[in-house]
Design a protein around this ligand. Structure first.
Ligand SMILES: NC(=O)c1ccc[n+]([C@@H]2O[C@H](COP(=O)([O-])OP(=O)(O)OC[C@H]3O[C@@H](n4cnc5c(N)ncnc54)[C@H](O)[C@@H]3O)[C@@H](O)[C@H]2O)c1
Length: 270
């Protein structure tokens, strides 16, 4: 197993990509601390991990509240004696995108705060512990959209670019302590993330949306899954990546490579 005896905190681990990471890590021998504002689904995810032979705890935690963040880190250490891995996954687009001239200031603040303050608070709480042990892996969730915006969502894309800057800075300063800090840039992954943009669609309508998105925008011709992202997170959490820090890994089915049916390709094909 790639993470035998490791301990990981996964923020936003109740659903979506974070859930995929929690289940994958648990199967690889890691104790998972699922820290999410949604305790009900966090508990359900933990039950699934335990069902498959994993171990861990589920904690209700708002990643934007320093007191709750510190309590989560303290509980993780008191349960498992250490924290080896932090996955700063909590994030998303709680305010729908609009043209910049129509964007309420509150929406800008909400999206930047969720995607940036959460990883600042969790990293700040965990780094002293990792430094003292001379070991750590921090994995941050940005987005392929930060470097190749597929549509106008300036609050989200700005925040996710900030996640890359945060990662590069921290990677440099923590390298002497054997703490590796890397960032994942997923392409579109079918999760509840899209709900604020799409409104309430039926599962059938979502099938059509993600099918068209995959075929239209992604060279590998499909949207991603939480497991696709979890596989990359596993690499960055394990010793397979012991000489990798400050890296930004696209998990995006070939995007932002141009899809094969771009206008220029159509011209060449004629
Ligand atoms: N789904 C995609 O296409 C996609 C693509 C690129 C990047 N991402 C990023 O991946 C990460 C996970 O996204 P997802 O698609 O799984 O979204 P999701 O909405 O399915 O899950 C997000 C999780 O974060 C939790 N959360 C939200 N606010 C929180 C807070 N303040 N404190 C603690 N937990 C909180 C939610 O309860 C939920 O469990 C996000 O950072 C997102 O921006 C997603």
């Amino acid at each position: 197993m790639l993470l035998a005896d490791r301990v990981a905190i996964i923020t936003g681990g109740a659903k979506g990509i974070g859930k995929g990471i929690a289940l994958k890590f648990a199967r690889e021998g890691c104790a998972v601390v699922i820290a999410d504002i949604d305790l009900k689904n966090a508990t359900e995810t933990l039950a699934q991990a335990i069902n498959k032979g994993g171990r861990g705890i589920a904690l209700g935690c708002d990643a934007l509240d320093d007191k709750q963040v510190r309590a989560t880190v303290d509980k993780a250490i008191s349960h498992f004696d250490k924290v080896d891995i932090l996955v700063n996954n909590a994030g998303g687009m709680p305010a729908a995108p609009t043209p910049i001239e129509d964007m309420p200031e509150a929406d800008w603040d909400k999206v930047l705060t969720l995607n940036l303050k959460s990883l600042f608070l969790f990293s700040r709480a965990v780094v002293p512990h990792m430094k003292s042990r001379k070991y750590g892996r921090i994995i941050n969730l940005s987005s392929a959209a930060a470097v190749n915006p597929p549509a106008h969502a300036i609050h989200y894309h700005t925040a996710k670019m900030g996640v890359i800057g945060f990662t590069l800075d921290l990677a440099h300063t923590l390298a002497p302590f054997n703490i590796c800090v890397n960032v994942l840039l997923p392409g579109p992954v079918r999760t509840d993330f899209y709900d604020t943009m799409l409104g309430k669609l039926t599962e059938k309508e979502k099938d059509v949306f993600f099918d068209e998105l995959g075929k239209g925008d992604i060279p590998l011709q499909r949207a991603g899954t939480p497991e696709d992202v979890a596989n990359a997170a596993l690499f960055l959490a394990s010793e397979l990546s012991s000489y990798v820090t400050g890296d930004a890994l696209l998990v995006s089915g070939g995007s932002p490579l141009r899809p094969v049916h771009t206008p220029i390709q159509k011209t060449l094909d004629r």
